[in-house]
Design a protein. Structure first.
Length: 381
């Protein structure tokens, strides 16, 4: 089969990073939009995006794109899509989706209409009054934004952030795609010392190790597209082999520490599962008291936020203690994500720059101190 259009939904704030990644992977017609990135390509491009992309949430194949303000227009738009090219006679095709700023705002009603139109189209094409749906999974998704409908086939299955190395997280796990983006924003390429002093289940050090080794994050997991009957299954093997050939094998200095020994044990197990246990060191330690593990490096952290695990005041005290402790961290770039709007005040320094990111539904800022935290003092009082 020929060329397709694809949409990659992203966490808000990561679209530009995912777009850059897709371009580096050599994929075509990359366009960055709010909440997603578009690209075009063949089945090989689809497999490559699934296996190699670090910061996108999933790879959706665009089946139809049309305006709709009424249920009838929604029905006709889906009915006109050549679904029989993608969904076999016995394929299971559940429907899910979302609506935003549109006349059609009831997700359950839209789901029912999309299902009905797809069933009628496939039933007519296959000459069946009733579709058995006892075969492989062909998950349909729709997006209705500003009265424009896009109908998709999900080629990923579980979201791309599910790399397969994290069985159980700690209380407040950081999504793997966000952790990878946080590492990429430091421009880390494997040469610097990387330290995460609040490592939790190990996500930031593990993503840093995958980036250092240039290991494709989806190498050890399966994707929905691997069982699509219309797709040559060989492309997945080809993509995985090429990805393995591009891996680096060097000595990397990556440290994860946490003051909870249970977290440290969990992080070690996750790192082994990810195949990077040999390149990361983990140890128990209090971030506000541990001496810096090297003269220079990159500190990347997701400390507790007030609205989640710690009371807000104790989170603020922690930021102040961390700021005092890192006051003379010359030679270190410091990168901290938090939802605390007054973080710079408590940390005692203005960030060189900051970037809005979302950790799940929590709106955060990523504070970047590229001068070792020696920026201008934040106003006190």
């Amino acid at each position: 089969m020929g060329n397709f259009e694809f949409a990659v939904p992203c966490l808000f704030g990561l679209e530009g990073i995912a777009g850059d990644e897709l371009r580096r992977l050599g994929l075509e017609n990359v366009q960055v939009e709010n909440g997603r990135v578009l690209f075009s390509g063949d089945a090989y491009a689809m497999a490559k995006a699934n296996v190699c992309l670090r910061t996108g949430e999933r790879v959706l194949l665009v089946l139809a794109d049309f305006p709709a303000k009424t249920f009838e227009e929604l029905f006709q738009g889906v009915y006109r899509a050549n679904l029989e090219d993608f969904i076999p006679k016995n394929g299971r095709f559940p429907v899910k989706g979302h609506c935003l700023n549109s006349q059609l705002m009831s997700v359950p009603d839209c789901q029912a209409i999309v299902k009905k139109a797809a069933s009628r189209r496939l039933g007519e094409k296959y000459g069946l009054n009733w579709l058995p749906e006892d075969g492989g999974l062909y998950q349909l998704q729709f997006s209705i934004m500003n009265d424009r409908v896009q109908l998709y086939l999900d080629t990923s299955g579980p979201g791309l952030h599910k790399r397969g190395y994290r069985a159980v997280g700690n209380d407040a796990p950081l999504r793997e795609t966000l952790a990878a983006a946080m590492v990429q924003l430091t421009h880390y390429r494997g040469r610097d010392f990387v330290w995460d002093p609040f490592c939790g289940s190990g996500t930031i050090p593990i993503e840093a190790a995958l980036i250092a080794k240039n290991r494709a994050p989806g190498l050890n997991r399966r994707f929905s597209g691997e069982s699509f009957l219309w797709l040559d299954a060989k492309v997945w093997g080809q993509v995985r082999t090429e990805a393995k050939d591009k891996e680096y094998h060097g000595d990397y200095r990556i440290l994860g520490s946490d003051n909870d020994p249970k977290c440290v044990s969990l992080a070690m197990a996750n790192a082994r599962k990810a195949g990077v246990g040999d390149v990361i060191q983990f140890r128990d330690g209090d971030a506000t008291k541990m001496s810096l593990p090297a003269d220079k490096g990159v500190l990347i952290a997701n400390p507790p936020y007030g609205q989640r695990m710690l009371e807000q005041q104790s989170a603020q005290r922690l930021y102040a203690a961390l700021g005092r402790h890192l006051k003379f961290a010359d030679g270190w770039g410091i990168y901290i994500i938090t939802s605390e709007p007054e973080f710079e005040h408590f940390f005692g320094r203005k960030a060189t720059k900051k970037r809005k990111l979302y950790n799940g539904m929590i709106k955060c800022d990523y504070y970047m101190y590229t001068d070792g935290g020696r920026g201008p003092r934040a106003k006190q009082g």
